[in-house]
Ligand binder design. Structure first.
Ligand code: SF4
Length: 208
């Protein structure tokens, strides 16, 4: 993974210096109301450039605390899927369509709320910047919010998962369910998990 915590004078590829600058700008973003109750902006992480980018919905409770994407329960599902596919997490660029955690406070608990269309739209320029810097060959959109951010509101993950969709953002853009949907599929988690892994596998096979 890129050495993004190096001191400023350390020589690094130009792409990574630019990526760091964009990440630092995003840390101060106030373009929608989500920044205020959240702890911090959770920007993407991974190699720059990277062949494969995965885009989720937004950080969750744990990600908001740690400042890193996919480190909570859904991240563990994703890690399991990557291991099943023989992929190293450090080879991939992981990010979200929305960079702040949207939640409702209930007592001591912070309950996830899906981002609205206006929030997805407000955050879209950060995702565009990441795409321009990371220049992935394959982008896999995890869940409806990520798919809407890149492919518009007419895209249906339930109907168009696992197949390449024409997009100016990368040579290959595909979609599947978000790993959190596996956790929510109480009655049939195994089937949901298998479907997500199958979509990821078929997406990766398109790269060959
Ligand atoms: S969610 Fe995105 S657009 Fe809204 S404040 Fe955070 S970084 Fe900015």
């Amino acid at each position: 993974m890129a050495a993004r915590d190096d001191p400023p004078n350390t020589a690094r590829p130009a792409d990574d210096r630019t990526w760091s600058a964009v990440r630092d700008q995003a840390a101060d973003c106030r373009a929608c109301p989500l920044w205020e109750p959240a702890t911090q902006t959770v920007f993407g992480e991974g190699p720059v450039p990277a062949q494969v980018m995965l885009v989720g919905e937004q950080p969750g409770d744990r990600e908001d605390d740690e400042g890193r994407p996919f480190v909570g329960p859904a991240g563990r599902v994703l890690d399991r899927a990557l291991a099943d596919l023989g992929l190293e997490r450090s080879e991939l660029y992981l990010t979200n369509a929305v960079k702040h955690f949207k939640f409702e406070q209930r007592g001591k608990r912070r309950i996830h709320q899906p981002p609205g269309a206006a929030e997805v739209k407000a955050c879209h320029p950060w995702l565009e910047s990441e795409l321009a810097l990371v220049r992935p060959e394959l982008v896999v959109l995890l869940g409806a919010s990520a798919a809407k951010s890149l492919l518009g509101s007419g895209f249906r993950v339930t109907q168009q998962h696992g197949v390449a969709v024409p997009s100016p953002h990368a040579r290959l853009v595909t979609a599947t369910i978000h790993p959190s949907a596996v956790l929510r599929a109480r009655g049939d988690r195994d089937t949901a998990y298998a479907g997500m892994v199958a979509d990821l596998r078929s997406s990766l096979e398109l790269l060959a």
